[in-house]
Ligand binder design. Structure first.
Ligand code: AHZ
Length: 313
C-alpha cells in the first residue's frame, strides 16, 4: 500500500512460459511492409515489462543517492546547465530532479501560445553547439519552434551516460550541514536535496505523513524558475532557514537589462548552492525578461562553469 489495482491480467492458458527472444537478425521496416497479415510482436510476459522498468529505476535511485551534482528543475536553464556539464565532464554523476512529468519548464512555446523562440545574440553560440537551426534577424535569432530547441537539448542531455533525470519528482527540502563562518556562526552549506514523487508532495495535506527520499551531493544547482506554485523553491527555502535575509523579488519586465543581469549574476548564492535562470531574479530583484531565452541558455553555461570551478577547487 498505497497502490491501487487498475486492472486485472487475463491469463492465456497456452504460451504462459515466455520463450527467449529470437536471436535472428532484427527486421527492417522495409521487410515489414506488405507483410502485415503475418505480422506478430516478439513474445512477452507482463512481469518482464515491470522488471525492465523497476530494476533500472531502483538501480538509478541507488546509484544517484550519492551524486556529484544535483540540478533542481529541468527548464531551459537547468537543461542547458546539464548539457554543458555532462559534455565537459563525463566523470561527474549528475542527477536532474524535475517536479513535472514533462521536462522543459516554460520552453515548449516561445511566449504566450506562440511557437517561435527568440534568442538575443550572442546566445546563438549555444544553438550552434547544439545544432539547432535558426533565422538570423540581425541582433537576435529565431528558432522556428521552441519545441525544436527543447526537444533537441533534452535528447542530448538524456543521451549522456552520466546523467539521470528523475521527473515527476519534487525537491521538497535541502540537506544542510553546519558551516560556521567568522561573520555568521549559523551559516550552513548545502549538501544535497530531499525529494518526493510530486504526486506525493501534492498530497501531504490530505494523507498521513509520507516521508521523503534524499540525494547527497556536495553541489546543488537550482534553476526552478521565478516564483509561482513550484518556482523559486530553493531561494525561498534559504530565506525560511535564515541563510538569506530576504528575497529581492523579481521586478517588472525589461528585456534590455534582465538578460545581462541573469547571466552575470549566476553564481554560488550559499555555499554548495548555485542559482541560475529566472530563480535568480527573485534573489537579486532583477527584471523579468519575458519571452526571450538567450539568458536561460547562457546562465546554464555560466552555472556549469561555476560548478566546475567549485568541483575542481
Ligand atoms: O517544474 C519546474 C520547471 O520545469 C521545475 N521545478 C520548480 N520547482 C521545483 C522543485 N523540484 C523540482 N521544487 C522544480 N523541480 O523547475 C523548472 C523551471 O523551469 P522554468 O522554465 O520555469 O525556469 P527557467 O529559469 O529555466 O526558465 C525561465 C523561462 C522564462 S520565464 C520568463 C518571464 O516570465 O519573464 N522568461 C523566461 C525566459
Amino acid at each position: 500500500n498505497p497502490i491501487a489495482v487498475r486492472d486485472v491480467i487475463v491469463p492465456v492458458k497456452k504460451n504462459l512460459a515466455v520463450k527467449p527472444a529470437s536471436n535472428g537478425q532484427a527486421k527492417t521496416l522495409v521487410e515489414m511492409e506488405d507483410n502485415w497479415e503475418s505480422f506478430t510482436f516478439s513474445p512477452i510476459r507482463e512481469s518482464q515489462v515491470s522488471r525492465a522498468m523497476t530494476r533500472r529505476y531502483f538501480a538509478d535511485l541507488d546509484n544517484y543517492a550519492e551524486s556529484d551534482i544535483v540540478i533542481v528543475g529541468a527548464g531551459s536553464c537547468g537543461l542547458s546547465t546539464a548539457y554543458e556539464l555532462a559534455k565537459k565532464r563525463p566523470d561527474l554523476k549528475i542527477a536532474i530532479i524535475e517536479a513535472g512529468v514533462a521536462p522543459g519548464g516554460g520552453a515548449w512555446l516561445g511566449g504566450q501560445l506562440f511557437s517561435a523562440m527568440v534568442m538575443r545574440k550572442p546566445a546563438e553560440a549555444f544553438l550552434n553547439d547544439l545544432g539547432v537551426p535558426y533565422d538570423d534577424e540581425g541582433d537576435f535569432v529565431v528558432v522556428k519552434h521552441a519545441a525544436l530547441f527543447t526537444s533537441t537539448l533534452l535528447s542530448k542531455v538524456l543521451s549522456f551516460p552520466n546523467i539521470k533525470l528523475f521527473n515527476a519528482t519534487a525537491v521538497e527540502d535541502l540537506i544542510t550541514r553546519s558551516n560556521p563562518t567568522a561573520s555568521d556562526p549559523n551559516a550552513v552549506r548545502i549538501a544535497g536535496v530531499v525529494t518526493n514523487w510530486t504526486l506525493v508532495s501534492m498530497h501531504h495535506d490530505d494523507q498521513s505523513c509520507m516521508d521523503p527520499n534524499t540525494i547527497n551531493a556536495p553541489l546543488v544547482i537550482s534553476t526552478t524558475g521565478h516564483d509561482g506554485p513550484f518556482g523559486a523553491f530553493s531561494v525561498k527555502r534559504l530565506v525560511s532557514m535564515q541563510q538569506l535575509e530576504k528575497l529581492g523579488g523579481m521586478r517588472g519586465l525589461d528585456m534590455r537589462t534582465a538578460e545581462d543581469a541573469i547571466v552575470k549574476r549566476t553564481r554560488e548564492v550559499v555555499k554548495g548552492l548555485i542559482v541560475g535562470g529566472m530563480e535568480l531574479s527573485e534573489v537579486d530583484g532583477a527584471n523579468r525578461m519575458g519571452p526571450t531565452f538567450g539568458a536561460m541558455a547562457l546562465s546554464g553555461v555560466k552555472a556549469a562553469e561555476e560548478a566546475l570551478r567549485i568541483v575542481d577547487e
